[in-house]
Ligand binder design. Sequence first.
Ligand SMILES: Cc1cc2nc3c(=O)[nH]c(=O)nc-3n(C[C@H](O)[C@H](O)[C@H](O)COP(=O)(O)OP(=O)(O)OC[C@H]3O[C@@H](n4cnc5c(N)ncnc54)[C@H](O)[C@@H]3O)c2cc1C
Length: 496
Amino acid sequence: MSERWTQAPRVAVVGGGLAGLAAGCALADSGFHVTLFERRPFLGGRASSYEHPGTGEVVDNCQHVLLGCCTNLVKFYRRIGVEEKIRWYDRLTFLEPGGRASVIEPSSLPAPLHTAPAFLRAACLNWPDKLAIAGAMAALAPMTPPDRGESFLTWLRRHGQTERAIGRFWKTVLVSALNEDLDRVSVPSAAQVMRESFLKSAAAGRMGVPTVPLTELYSVAGDYISMRGGEVRLRAGVDGFRAEFAGVRLLFPGGEDSFDFAVLAVPFEVLSRMLPQTSAAEPLRQTLDQLETSPITGIHLWFDRQITDLDHAVLLDRTIQWMFHKSKLVAPASRRQPALSAVEGRGRPAPAEQCATPDNGDQQGGSYVELVVSSSKTLVEKSRAEIIDLALSELREFFPEARTANLVKSTVIKEVHATYSPRPGVDLHRPQPETVWPRVFLAGDWTATGWPATMEGAVRSGYKAAECIAQVAGQRDATFLAPDLPPRGFMRLFRG
Ligand SMILES: Cc1cc2nc3c(=O)[nH]c(=O)nc-3n(C[C@H](O)[C@H](O)[C@H](O)COP(=O)(O)OP(=O)(O)OC[C@H]3O[C@@H](n4cnc5c(N)ncnc54)[C@H](O)[C@@H]3O)c2cc1C
């Protein structure tokens, strides 16, 4: 710590999602006195779990996965000691209705050709589809194209993609990664995903799945802050702030408190309400007004028997996009631990509908699967019963065993404002961590990280904000951000 400070600078972190937790842990580790304020009674924000009131089960608000290229998230896991709670997969199974499988996995060929043999074998695409995809990949490999206001769907059509290549490959990968429809996705956002996860190296494309509920994974970060002299205050909503000459004053329902620095790591629409009513705040408020959100829906089904041997699968050509076999992925003890109930607020799961009897078959040879629909705009207005009916009838097309299995219980969790929409031009409206107030910094998956709204993007934003604070506080060499994975094979020839 710099000589200027006679005692550890006090940093307020507002928001206990991944952005706030990453910032708080990095700063606590660097000698700052961190106080983290979280409005809800648990940590994790949009990546959290709770005991679902209707089913009595511990459920994630939605299945979360990461990729090998998420270097900052992996560094964060290592820092807080939960790295071994992620299980990694090299192969993805794409299922067509009817059950035919195509497995995409890396080979020993140099990047970006490492998945080429699997692609050539994939039954879900024909030769014109594969040639078209190879052509578009070749266009994306050397560099990320600039944002000219064009949607990625238009870009794909300009690059000769067949309808099946768009539907079964591009849409499948990108709608899940970016949570938006291709006609609303910017070209750089799509290119970033394809380059980082598909082209750069085999290691970058591995998929990681948590083996414990999300709040169990992330609450450890609160302990990490406390053990370094910091404080984590739950059920502690912050209403606003007042920037001061050499600090910041946080405003709470019942009072206020001063800090040397603040990281505001709340969703963008919350930040908009938190900004002071001053002309200095106006440009940021206008920037935030430009951001929009897109929904994700998770459908949780408990059956009286196994419906598949697969741990997870990509589901083609239907509304449901992914199947996660939760009873294989998460230890039963973790799913049954007492946990906090859902509370009010953004990201609050909509009231869930319980179908059938509340008796979990999963202990007696039953199974629990979660189906995920990203960019689930068509489901937002549907009732829970309609969504479950639709999901069941589609699921039975992929897994014949589901036709005879009895549904024991079920629930639907709609996250209506799941993530910001990465539409063309969006990067103009994603702010850097620095603000007009020298002691106030921003973090969140929606800030300018160069990454989509993901756990990795959130952690990057937290580390960026923490680096800014450490540097202002005199730690000139503070570096919290992890380097990207290096490109392998022929990808080393490209810089962009
Ligand atoms: C359904 C769903 C599925 C997803 N799937 C994936 C996935 O598979 N992989 C992936 O990488 N990402 C996924 N994401 C995205 C990922 O969850 C987010 O990008 C990330 O968690 C955002 O973290 P954050 O810290 O930026 O924001 P948040 O998690 O929103 O954290 C903000 C925190 O601020 C708190 N807060 C709000 N107001 C106040 C206040 N006034 N005072 C104090 N605290 C306040 C909130 O309660 C919250 O805890 C998914 C998101 C959703 C919703």
